[in-house]
Design a protein around this ligand. Structure first.
Ligand SMILES: Cc1cc2nc3c(=O)[nH]c(=O)nc-3n(C[C@H](O)[C@H](O)[C@H](O)COP(=O)(O)OP(=O)(O)OC[C@H]3O[C@@H](n4cnc5c(N)ncnc54)[C@H](O)[C@@H]3O)c2cc1C
Length: 477
């Protein structure tokens, strides 16, 4: 069995294959092929001078259970950490100042009215317009809408520009005028459908969850979790749970050749002899998967290429605490596009999680590029450094040179779930199902977050094992 791609989806898929077949009598060799020198894909951690640097994801959401469950299965329970709630708040930049997101405001719905009404982020007019959500009629049809159209319709343009665009954009590095609401945040149109108003729905849900919180013993990790020693704990533990020599790094797949009936798949490498496999799970970015299958299914390749991707850079900078004027009493700040600045967001990693920086110093991450500012991703490293230092000086009053500054580039790594995404994925799945024992998985399809990727990998393993149980399956590689 071959898994192409050694990111979290690929490693979860390999783990799923190995752990489910270990109980069966049929021996099954699993090989993970990863083009880079390290596993983990968009998850990587560097350690330097007592700092723990996250080059990609820094945490994962716990209300989707798959990553948390996997961590426990791998024996990582005692390494899970939650956010440091002493500073549990985020900021939005307005007029160059960091203003707190109103208490109870979650992505696009306020579960408390007073903090919203007293917040300086919106004008009086903007707040009144938001309150019209309470009386506006609900949408009469079930058609998909862009995030921008939905928010403008329910809450008004100012709420979109000043709050929702930067908060949601931070997650998907996306353009809200193109982002499909149904594919990314279906809970919000559902709130409109059921309650006729986002505000009413959020108020009711908040009352309900307070009652549940009172009754429950309390969640252990809060909404976001990470690992004490950094996010790469998860890919490393997955790799350790696989038999020796399962993973081949520095091994790029060039193309995949479809077998004649009853024969194994043939995986051609950029360098090295081809591999034959009874089944293949492709977990590479949709555009990379398209290249691999172009030879035998150009139609499927075209469909995969129709999923757009955005590139972004994470610039991690370390400072002495006394170089920064801002109190850093929050997890970070998002920057609305209408502020006209050159960064999307910044996160104060060493405030958010314990043990990310030595005492007396601070580690922060700055996000640049994405779908809304693609040209900034193409800047040379030196230009990017200068840009980030300038923004940090202006927004946080940072003085002097950073202790160090590292750039992690994620080229075409973030799929954009644009309008029509769900239909696109449906037809990709239908088309792919024609190829027996070839399974597509990864963050391009059913969610970009780490729990979604873990689920996608495990599900792909299950699908392949079912296909293999077919008596017509060729001998497994
Ligand atoms: C900058 C950034 C920050 C993020 N932050 C968070 C966060 O905080 N929390 C969260 O939940 N999610 C976050 N995400 C999303 C999440 O990290 C990713 O969606 C997830 O890690 C993707 O995993 P994957 O295995 O599907 O894909 P990838 O990690 O992209 O793995 C695909 C792998 O395939 C390999 N590959 C490509 N072509 C070939 C080939 N021809 N041959 C062999 N190998 C190949 C690539 O090298 C790569 O390693 C973030 C994503 C990005 C980009």
């Amino acid at each position: 069995m071959v898994v192409v791609g050694g990111g979290l989806t690929g490693l979860s898929a390999a783990y799923g294959l190995v752990s489910r077949v270990s109980t069966s009598r049929r021996p099954l060799e699993v090989i993970v092929l990863e083009s880079r020198e390290k596993i983990g894909g968009a998850v990587w951690t560097d350690r330097r001078d007592g700092f723990t640097i996250e080059g990609g994801a820094d945490s994962f959401i716990t209300n989707k259970p798959w990553a948390l469950d996997l961590a426990h299965q791998l024996g990582l329970g005692d390494q899970l950490i939650g956010t440091d709630d002493r500073n549990r708040r985020s900021f939005v930049v307005r007029g160059g100042r960091l203003l707190p997101v109103p208490d109870g405001f979650v992505l696009m719905a306020p579960s408390r009215i007073l903090p919203l009404l007293t917040s300086p982020i919106l004008s009086i007019r903007g707040k009144l317009r938001m309150m019209m959500d309470l009386i506006l009629p609900r949408k009469s049809d079930d058609a998909d809408e862009s995030l921008a159209a939905f928010v403008r319709r329910r809450l008004g343009r100012e709420a979109l520009d000043r709050l929702v665009q930067p908060l949601v954009g931070g997650i998907y590095t996306a353009n809200p005028a193109e982002l499909s609401l149904k594919a990314t945040l279906p809970q919000f149109p559902a709130m409109e459908r059921e309650h006729g108003s986002l505000i009413l729905a959020a108020l009711r849900q908040s009352r309900k969850s307070k009652a549940i919180d009172r009754d429950a013993s309390g969640a252990r990790y809060g909404l976001f979790a990470s690992f004490a020693d950094g996010m790469d704990t998860l890919p490393r533990a997955l790799a350790a749970a696989l038999p020796p020599r399962t993973i081949r790094t520095n091994t790029a797949v060039r193309r995949i050749i479809r077998p004649d009936a009853g024969k194994p798949w043939r995986i051609e490498l950029l360098d090295g002899p081809p591999i034959e496999a009874g089944g293949v799970i492709l977990t590479t970015e949709a555009h990379a998967s398209a290249r691999l299958i172009d030879g035998f299914d150009p139609e499927l390749a075209l469909q995969l290429r129709s999923i757009p991707y955005a590139s972004s850079a994470i610039v991690t900078a370390a400072f002495r605490r006394d170089q920064i004027q801002h109190p850093l009493n929050g997890f970070g700040a998002v920057v609305p596009i209408i502020e006209g600045r050159s960064i999307l967001a910044m996160s104060f990693l060493s405030v958010k999680f314990p043990r990310r920086a030595p005492d007396g110093s601070v580690l922060m991450r700055v996000f640049v590029g994405g779908a809304t500012q693609p040209a900034l991703f193409d800047l040379e490293d030196d230009e990017l450094r200068t840009l980030v230092k300038g923004e940090l000086a202006g927004l946080l009053g940072v003085t002097g040179e950073p202790l160090f500054l590292e750039i992690a580039r994620h080229s075409r790594a973030m799929p954009q779930y644009t309008l029509g995404h769900l239909e696109r994925v449906d037809s990709i799945r239908q088309r792919a199902s024609k190829h027996s024992r070839l399974v597509l998985a990864g963050n391009a399809f059913g969610g970009v977050g780490i729990p979604d990727c873990v689920r996608s990998g495990l599900d792909a393993a299950g699908t392949l094992l079912v296909a293999l149980a077919d008596p017509a399956a060729p001998a497994a590689a």
